[in-house]
Unconditional design. Structure first.
Length: 426
């Protein structure tokens, strides 16, 4: 996509903004690197030093190609060419070589840098080490393949056992017809069959218990993922859980079955998992965010989708996460989908997310309360939000006295002094 040029600051306030931006770049947990039109490094922050092992003075003035594996030089050249044409390349995975000659898997975003005349004068790159995430995905793929193989083997053995049992039953019938004196033996076989049935019933009970344990483990794992996001953004602690619970209640009011509701609650618990890519200083910023910061925040839906799409759920969790900021009139993001393009899960999550967020405390404003939140979805009914979803949400609050728990919000707010650095920065 084409990036919008930002003219350099000329006023004192612009200089202050530049200094603040420089401080954010220097203190960012992500590596931030800038290059000129000759692909030569012009800036290199502390996180870049930590990620690649090179000090700034070792790399500034050099072509960035020394970090690129030989087989990825063509890829890097294409990205550089697109950047010079004004394109923004976001969140792609690649490999780089560190100072100790180790290969690092990175997730990187590359943006053009414009001068006051909207001319490209260089590019900037934000990168972070995702080697562990890549390994986890690779391990999960291997585990899934092994599980598939085991299931196929079990199915094969079950088919062989079925054939064997059918042959055995055939022989029993032949023996009954051939000699009634074998009745006693057949009765013994019937007794053993009953014992096998009991054993199979016990096995089925055990499998049901194991399946419940797996379900509980899944929910506990999802809870841990949710808590990781909350640790990076303590102001919204409890938000994901509240959204999941509310989405489930809306789906129940709309008549969806228990399985559908369970998928929605999981999607709600994970809908903001993509916020792990956003610097904590932006998530916890008490004042108004800049357009660039807002664009970074909007990237959390795509990031969440990328994290979840490779995981095999019984439900379309990744799609619901991707679409929870889409709007019926096409004004949402990331893909500006229209009504008939948005899944029902995405529509339900959108309403639940807006109601919970508006009713809760945020660092840049006090809690607006549930009445204001309900008025917002009522105002946007049919234009921004699905009519049936809005109607169901209004009904459970106004007629069935549904409540969003507020305990978590106040507990997190009380903990903030212990979660924020002494100088007040995030």
């Amino acid at each position: 996509m084409k990036a919008s040029p930002t003219p350099p600051p000329t006023s004192p306030s612009g200089i202050e903004a530049t200094e603040r931006l420089a401080a954010i770049v220097a203190g960012s947990e992500d590596a931030i690197i800038s290059k000129d039109l000759n692909n030569v490094i012009t800036s290199w922050n502390r996180s870049a030093e930590k990620l690649f092992g090179y000090k700034a003075e070792e790399v500034i003035g050099k072509s960035i190609d020394f970090l690129v594996p030989p087989e990825r030089l063509d890829e890097e050249a294409l990205i550089f060419k697109r950047t010079l044409e004004g394109d923004w390349i976001g969140n792609y995975e690649s490999e780089r070589i560190s100072k100790n000659n180790q290969r690092i898997t990175i997730s990187t975003t590359v943006s053009p840098i414009f001068d006051a005349d909207s001319k490209v004068i260089g590019s900037s790159r934000i990168a972070r080490d995702v080697s562990l995430q890549k390994k986890a995905r690779d391990d999960l793929v291997i585990a899934n393949k092994e599980l598939l193989f085991q299931n196929e083997e079990k199915a094969k053995r079950a088919a062989e056992l079925l054939i064997a049992n059918q042959e055995k039953a055939k022989r029993v019938d032949e023996l009954v017809i051939a000699n009634k004196e074998l009745l006693f033996q057949n009765e013994e076989k019937a007794k053993r069959a009953a014992e096998l049935l009991i054993a199979n019933q016990e096995k089925a009970k055990l499998e049901a218990v194991n399946n419940e344990k797996l379900r509980v483990s899944l929910m506990e794992t999802i809870g841990i993922a949710r808590q990781v996001v909350e640790l990076r953004d303590p102001y919204t602690a409890g938000h994901e859980q509240h959204v999941g619970d509310l989405a489930k209640a809306i789906a129940a009011e709309m008549g969806f079955d228990d399985n559908y509701q369970e998928g929605l609650i999981i999607a709600g618990y994970l809908h903001d998992i993509g916020k792990i890519i956003i610097p904590a200083e932006i998530l916890c910023k008490p004042g108004k965010i800049t357009p660039d910061e807002y664009n970074l925040i909007k990237g959390h839906v795509q990031a969440g989708y990328e994290l979840l799409k490779a995981i095999t759920f019984p439900w379309d969790i990744s799609i619901a996460v991707l679409e929870h900021h889409e709007r019926m009139n096409g004004s949402g993001y990331p893909n500006a989908l229209n009504a008939d393009q948005i899944s029902m899960e995405g529509r339900i999550l959108a309403v639940a997310d807006v109601v919970e967020a508006m009713s809760a405390y945020r660092p840049y404003r006090p809690a607006l309360g549930i009445d204001v939140a309900l008025a917002e979805i009522e105002r946007g009914r049919g234009d921004l939000y699905d009519e049936a979803v809005v109607d169901a949400c209004l009904k459970i609050f106004r007629e069935k006295n549904y409540k969003i728990a507020t305990d978590n919000h106040w507990r997190i707010k009380d903990r903030l002094p212990f979660l924020i650095a002494p100088n007040g920065s995030d």
